[in-house]
Design a binder for this molecule. Sequence first.
Ligand code: BMA
Length: 324
Amino acid sequence: MKRSKKNPIITRRDIPLVKPHLVDVTSVFNPGAVKYKDKYLLLLRVQNRGRETFLMKAVSDNGEDFTVDDRIIRFEGIEKVSKKIYHIYDPRITRLEDKYYIMVALDMENSCRLGLAVTEDFREYRWLGIVSDDDNRNGVLFPEKINGRYLRFDRPNRSRLESGVNSGEAVFLSDSDDLRHWRPLVSVLEGRRHYWDERPGAGPPPVKTTKGWLLVYHGIAEHFRSVNIYQAGAALFDLDNPARLVARSRYNILEPREPYELTGQVPNVVFPSGLIVERYDRNGFAEPDSPVYLYYGAADTSVCRAATTVKELLNTCYEGNDRE
Ligand code: BMA
């Protein structure tokens, strides 16, 4: 992937003053991304010096120079949730049935849950509810129903790390008939011990290609013990049956290398969360030659962009897999 020369494209200095919460903020990272009305639109995760998290919108004509809105996003109706939500973060945006759905992670007492909101205009956002029964993270909705069901990839957190954080070893496919109640179906992408993606999690929502559903995901290498390394890779799933993994990149496609990825609030992190495909054909498939822009968080500190094409991402899923 080719990093933007303007990286990091959004830093703490780009966040406008919104008193009292956003004054001299600490960091901005892990954005959701979508093309909306011919503009590039990001939902940013902004953190202040109380380590409190806020979502903000940023818009750009060219995908690299963004203007951040001077208001904090509120989900209408979230106040009805009876349990305390400490943080709302890592938004993933999916256009589905002409609406935009935003799947977020929610830090609650002793667990992380998935939450869902919907918007039609990126001005007003309606809260739909908590949409995972168990501890779960990295939920991404598919952009269409398949065989009459809504689908998502998610990552149930079924193990407790030494750090006390709950995490998971595999990405799952889950389905639903109302977007609110979800049923985990099957594990579809397992961590590969000893390699770059020991713990995987979906990145941005999957992209429909003629070869299958293309997913950029993150993998954590944790065998270095003293530090976890977050990288990005790609996987391909069957079009009609996304429970079937077709191919998966042996190598990562983006890893922490630049100073802004190697150092920061959490060092050695590239966290892919937004992806924009420029061109789709008339049947809704991403065009092979289309540019693809990946938006990612760098070191939990800033927002960056890297570019490739649909074809290159598909090729990488197969690369090196013929060798032992
Ligand atoms: C993950 C998530 C991400 C974060 C990453 C690196 O578990 O919390 O939001 O970017 O860790 O700290």
